[in-house]
Design a protein around this ligand. Structure first.
Ligand SMILES: Cc1cc2nc3c(=O)[nH]c(=O)nc-3n(C[C@H](O)[C@H](O)[C@H](O)COP(=O)(O)OP(=O)(O)OC[C@H]3O[C@@H](n4cnc5c(N)ncnc54)[C@H](O)[C@@H]3O)c2cc1C
Length: 408
């Protein structure tokens, strides 16, 4: 069995699909080493272990509490399936990632994010979590409880998250439009205005002469602008990767639609993105964004041969200990690579060296090289996180090779 990207074959001796919480508790309590497997969208061995458990056979049981402004659901549900249920209750999440096929539990564990100056990553919507720890106990941890900020972005190491409670708000519509050919000078001069032009803004580039595309998603109904600081409105729908058919992309050209059909770039029910790809991403403090982008432009010749496309997004700061946005408004610099891992790793050496002066934190779910010593210098709360793991998982059942290599 492989991950979505096809660049990791899971080594676990077995995969179990418990149907009840008690069955899961027994599996976890007895396993020497175990991890929850989500929808396998991470590009590394982050989810691998001696044994794996998938939670998609546990009841999703989606319950909206309108008075509290929350939804609670099984952690194995995908954002797409959750959005369909939220639509019936006319409520929405604050943001979504680029595709709806990813499980809620796996996204929160690895601090998955979308874009938007005012939007924290998806884990910031968590109001409470239910966790099965390695002793088989079931804990509920709520916002405000001691250690909550450490448990949420838990990297799969705090236990098996079985249910999550997420903040919701009244359902809203979004319109999306794409502009093309943004000059690098315009980006340098009008960076804040460009990212403020929508509630969620993504730039796509191959680090050539210009930023190829600007994807703007807006909540308020607005006419699609003919231009944005020199970039011109696309006349028809676009795929982020030049030349690919936009048939699997969400509707553009300013046509309003439900939040869940516009905030992701890719539609549920279609093969998203390029397929046969590996992804990497680094989060830099927003005030370093232009310098970091300049450094990457200097590597265009090294990056180019392996790159499908890069995406640049903004993410708001949060207080979750292991979130790459901990304590800093951030700019996310993403790479969709051709699936040649040894070659990608050689390029990542140059990318990580170029971004080191900007305290770049790698996306946990994507491919990166930084070791635990480097990561330790980037996360003020890493020591607290290590203590939390000792308390929640004293026998180290949820530890794995990835965690030891990159975090602890
Ligand atoms: C095509 C594609 C597009 C993507 N787009 C984005 C994007 O827009 N933004 C972004 O930030 N990321 C994006 N990602 C990365 C992805 O969101 C993360 O890698 C995410 O962690 C994947 O979730 P998963 O359930 O598939 O996790 P898996 O790969 O199955 O697991 C990831 C980690 O989560 C843990 N985990 C999973 N479920 C649980 C649980 N219930 N309890 C405890 N731990 C759990 C696993 O043990 C593992 O450590 C994308 C990935 C792909 C393949």
């Amino acid at each position: 069995m492989h991950n979505w990207g096809g660049n990791h074959a899971y080594r676990a001796a077995r995969l179990q699909r418990p149907r009840t919480l008690d069955e899961l508790r027994r599996i976890v309590e007895r396993a020497p080493r175990v991890r929850v497997l989500g929808t396998r969208h991470a590009f590394s061995d982050i989810a691998d272990s001696g044994e794996l458990v998938a939670l998609d056979a546990l009841p999703a049981d989606v319950v909206v509490d309108h008075a509290a402004g929350t939804v609670s659901c099984g952690a194995g549900i995908t954002y797409g399936a959750l959005a369909a249920q939220l639509a019936r209750e006319q409520v929405a999440l604050h943001n979504l990632p680029s595709l709806p096929h990813i499980a809620v539990g796996g996204s929160i564990a690895a601090a998955t994010h979308g874009s938007g100056d005012a939007n924290g990553n998806l884990a910031t919507a968590v109001a409470a979590l239910e966790v099965v720890t390695s002793s088989g106990d079931v804990l509920t941890v709520r916002r405000g409880d001691a250690g909550f900020e450490g448990v949420v972005v838990g990297l799969g190491a705090t236990g098996a998250v079985t249910r999550v409670t997420l903040d919701v708000e009244p359902a809203y519509d979004v319109s999306q439009y794409v502009l093309e050919g943004l000059a690098w000078e315009a980006l340098s001069e009008r960076f804040d205005a460009i990212f403020a032009s929508g509630d969620s803004v993504s730039l796509f580039t191959r680090w050539g002469d210009a930023v190829d595309q600007v994807w703007v998603k807006r909540r308020a109904p607005a006419d699609a602008p003919a231009e944005l600081f020199g970039a011109r409105a696309a006349a028809s729908e676009r795929h982020p990767i030049a030349g690919m058919d936009p048939v699997n992309c969400t509707a553009q050209l300013g046509r309003p639609g439900p939040w869940s059909d516009r905030l992701p770039h890719f539609r549920m029910g279609f093969t998203p993105s390029a397929g046969e790809e590996i992804q990497s991403e680094y989060l830099v403090p927003r005030h370093h964004a232009l310098a970091a982008i300049q450094a990457l432009r200097g590597l265009a010749g090294t990056i180019g041969p392996l790159l499908f496309v890069s995406e640049i997004r903004t993410v708001a700061a949060d207080r979750l200990w292991m979130s790459p946005q901990y304590g800093r408004d951030s700019v996310a610099l993403h790479f969709t690579w051709r699936r040649d891992q040894p070659a990608v790793e050689r390029v990542l050496e140059s990318v990580e060296a170029a971004l080191a002066p900007f305290a770049a934190r790698p996306h946990w779910g994507k491919l990166f090289l930084a070791d635990a010593a480097t990561i330790g210098g980037l996360y003020e709360r890493r020591g607290d996180f290590a203590k939390l793991l000792e308390r929640m998982d004293p026998r180290g059942a949820f530890r794995n090779a990835w965690l030891e290599r990159h975090v602890i």
